[in-house]
Every structure is written in C-alpha cells, then in structure tokens.
Design a protein around this ligand. Structure first.
Ligand SMILES: *Cc1c(COP(=O)(O)O)cnc(C)c1O
Length: 471
C-alpha cells in the first residue's frame, strides 16, 4: 500500500466559507454576466479562480507583519527582502514593485523599442500587454506539444530552439530586446521548462548577445518538476536547483503573489548594473522609492520570509501533490484535462468536454459558469475570451487551447476540498450535453476576460437543463 501524506502544516485560524443554494448561485451568476471574475467572493464555496495573492501566510509571516519597518527610505524590511532575493535567486540587483506587472512595465519600457519582437514560451496576458503597449510583437516559440492538451511531455513548457533560431534569423538579434522565458508556463497549464532547455536557450541567446529575462512567477514549482523528472536532479535540494535555473538568465520579473507566498508584492531583478540604474529611475516614477516600490514595510517582511519558506522541500512536494490529487482523480474518472498535470492548476479541456459548442460560443466560459452553478466552485476561462483580438485584423484570436483553469491557492485548502471539486465535475460531465454556449454582451477593449459579460444562447435563457440540478 502506498502510504498517504497530509498537509505539512496545521490550522491555527479558520475562515468560514459560503454555502449557497442552487437558486442563490443562479442569481449570483446572472448578476455576474456569466463571468466568474465578476462573482462576489462571499458567494463562492471553493475559490479556484486563481493562485494569485490567495496564499495563506504562515504564523511566522503574520508575526513579522508587526515588525515591518515603515520608514520612507532605507527600510530594514527592504534590506531583508533584498537579501532574501539575492540569497535564494542569486541575482545581483533587486527592485521592489507593487506586483509582477509593475516589474513587467518597467522592463518593457526600458528594453523594448517600437517594432521589436519578443519571443517567449507562450504568452501571458499582462506580460504581452506590456510588450505590445511598448510597440513590440510577441512571437510564440514554445514546442508544438504545448498546444495539444492530450500529449504527455515531461517539459511541455520548453522552447523550440529551431523556432527561436528562426525568429533571430528573420528579424535580427538587434530587434529582439530579450527572450521572455516563463518557468512554469501558466497558459500551457503550469507546464515546466527543463534545466537543459533553459541552458540551451541561454547559450543560443548569448551567441547573439540577446538577454534572457525569466518570468519567475512560479519558478519554485518549476524547480520541483526538474527534481522529479530530469536526470541528475533527484538528490539535489529545491534551493540548489532554483539557483542553477536562475544562472541561465540575465534577470527576472516576479509576481510575489504566487511562489513567494504572499498576498501582494513583486520585484524586478537583474545582473546588469546599467539596466538596474535605469530601472531604478522608473521605479521612482511608477512604483515608489526603490526601498519599497509600492509595498508596505510589513509586506516586504512577509515576502522575505515567504521566499525562504517556498524552497522548503516538504512544502513544495505537498503543493504539487495536492494539484495532482485533484487532477489524477479527474483523469481516472475519464474527464478531459490537460496532461500532464501542471504545477499550480488543473485545466479542463473545454473543447473535449463540450464538443457540441463552437469556439465562438465560448465553451470554456460556459463550462466555468456551469461549474459554479453546480457547486459554487469558482474557476476561470483560459481560451478564446482570454486570448482577445488580433491587433491588426480585429478578429478573435483563436487559441488551440480552450481551457477552464482550476487554480489551487497555496496552503489554503485541504485535499478534502479537492475531492468535493472532483465530485462536482464528474456530475457535470454526465449532464454535459445540456450545457449551452454563450454570447458576449459587453466586451472591454483590453484584457477583456476580466470584465466581459455574457448570456446563455439557449431558448429559455438557462445555462443548462435543470432536470437534475444540485441542491
Ligand atoms: C500573475 C502573473 C504575472 C503578473 O503578476 P501580477 O503580480 O499579477 O501583476 C505575470 N506572469 C505570470 C506567469 C503570472 O502568473
């Protein structure tokens, strides 16, 4: 018998969750325009919308809040954060930002000139938005396997080096301000990049004098996959693997709201002193003094501790294990999900789940709405709505992946919560034929998924048949 493991923490404080009736959920969903982003959290039972900023902090972090140094300049808390980043990630220069996109803004403004091309292993919404706002075009250089949710590949986030070489040949290294390498790849399903691939990308970029900037948001999760799957790493610590990963990059943007185990914060880190000095100027313009960058002293205290807690081998093993606990039960029940199960989320394949819907009927949006209606579990769309429209043609971008993301907050839910989610999805799969598509009633011009509103395309205005509705 395989011995079971449990959460490597015990609960010191609890937060009751809402348990609404079907009728109440239905009303809440209608009010939210069938967009799970617009549902009030007071109406949500298990919130798998995002792992961003939803972390439960440790008692050490809560305790440290009280010791935060709120000095405007030269805060002790900033020094602790700077030291933690240097120690754990190994970059020389660090600048705090209010969250990850603050770092993306500064990096994009400084490195990109109009007409540039930024190659990356699949886009991320805010990252690409900042690149485009500064006049660059994003080019996807991820391996083809990443676009097929059924293919098993241990490192589905890898860069296709032939694609990268081709971009360099076509546009010229001087028009590539940097390669943006995400570890792990959020939109591919939390899929990791191998150490070998990181090294090869770095070597190729150095030949052409191109910088590699990591989107390090989930780098600890990536490190765990390397330990588990890549030859030669099984006996190395997560801390050591992480350090090696960072050595194949010139810097990183970081959203502290994920792997740094805090609710707010971020940073920009690099080894190039000149870039650091220029970045510091922009931090003052957009974020705040370079010794707080939009964070309170107490937030920096908490992040400094979170960064160190995140590389605990037991923590990260349970973290990835819990995501897998959800994903593998769904696979066993025959539910179409992206394989292999990634680091922070399980992704339902909405095309395969709802094959009767065309992509223009927003199958993933409809499935996320139906899941909420069925059980109060909140997920989010990652498909045609998130992909937005083509800049030049104005048409919908039509990504191959039409997914519903079930994102697991760190240290918040137990494996029992995961089991409840499994039961709801399995039930929903049985009644999937009765789920209808949606039409978009309101479409914001940028990052439309946050605020778009929808309504069901059925004749009676119902999202799904109510013959076997839940309580
Ligand atoms: C969350 C996230 C960001 C942006 O960070 P924020 O802290 O939300 O601004 C960038 N890249 C990836 C991969 C992310 O998941």
């Amino acid at each position: 018998m395989k011995r079971r493991t449990a959460e490597p923490y015990k609960i010191k404080s609890v937060e009751p969750v809402a348990m609404l009736s079907y009728e109440e959920r239905k009303q809440s969903l209608q009010q939210a325009g069938y967009n799970t982003f617009l549902i009030d959290s007071k109406d949500v039972y298990i919130d798998l919308l995002t792992d961003s900023g939803t972390t439960a902090m440790s008692d050490a972090q809560w305790g440290a809040l009280m010791t935060g140094d709120e000095a405007y300049a030269g805060s002790k808390s900033w020094r602790k954060l700077e030291e933690a980043v240097r120690d754990v990630y190994g970059f020389q220069y660090v600048l705090p930002t209010h969250q990850g996109r603050g770092a993306e803004n500064i990096l994009s403004q400084l490195k990109i000139k109009k007409g540039d091309v930024v190659p990356g292993n699949m886009y991320f919404t805010t990252t690409r938005a900042h690149q485009e706002l500064n006049g660059a075009t994003f080019v996807d250089i991820i391996i083809d396997e990443a676009h097929d949710p059924t293919i098993e590949h241990p490192f589905k986030g890898n860069v296709d080096l032939i694609k990268l070489q081709k971009v360099i040949d076509e546009v010229g290294a001087e028009n590539i301000p940097y390669v943006c390498l995400a570890v792990t790849v959020n939109l591919a399903g939390g899929q990791p990049v191998s150490m070998q691939n990181m090294k090869l990308v770095y070597d190729l970029c150095k030949i052409h004098d191109i910088d590699v900037m990591l989107d390090a948001t989930r780098c600890v999760e990536n490190a765990y996959f390397i330990k588990e799957r890549e030859a030669g790493y099984a006996n190395r610590s997560i801390a050591a693997i992480l350090k090696e990963m960072m050595s194949y990059a010139d810097g990183c943007t970081m959203s502290g709201k994920k792997d740094c185990l805090v609710n707010i914060g971020g940073f920009l880190a690099m080894n190039d002193e000149e870039l650091y000095i220029r970045s510091r100027e922009l931090v003052v313009v957009y974020e705040g003094m370079p010794s707080y960058g939009g964070m309170a002293g107490r937030d920096m205290e908490a992040m400094a501790i979170g960064i160190r807690e995140s590389i605990d081998d037991h923590y990260i093993e349970h973290r990835i294990g819990q995501v897998r606990h959800l994903g593998e039960q769904l696979i066993d029940a025959g539910i179409p999900v992206v394989k292999p199960i990634g680091g922070h989320a399980v992704f339902l394949d909405a095309r395969a789940f709802l094959p009767h819907l065309r992509q223009e009927e927003f199958p993933a949006q409809a499935l996320a709405a139906a899941l909420y209606l069925d059980s109060g579990v909140r997920s989010m769309e990652r498909g045609i709505v998130s992909a937005g429209r083509n800049k030049t043609t104005g048409q919908h971008n039509t990504p191959n992946l039409e997914l519903v993301r079930l994102t697991i907050p760190r240290r918040v839910y137990t494996n029992n919560h995961m089991d409840v989610v499994v039961d709801s999805i399995v039930d929903l799969y049985k009644k999937r034929a009765s789920i209808c598509g949606l039409k978009m009633d309101y479409e914001p011009p940028t990052l439309r998924f946050f605020n778009a509103r929808f309504s069901p395309l059925s004749e009676n205005g119902e999202l799904m048949s109510e013959t076997n509705r839940t309580s």
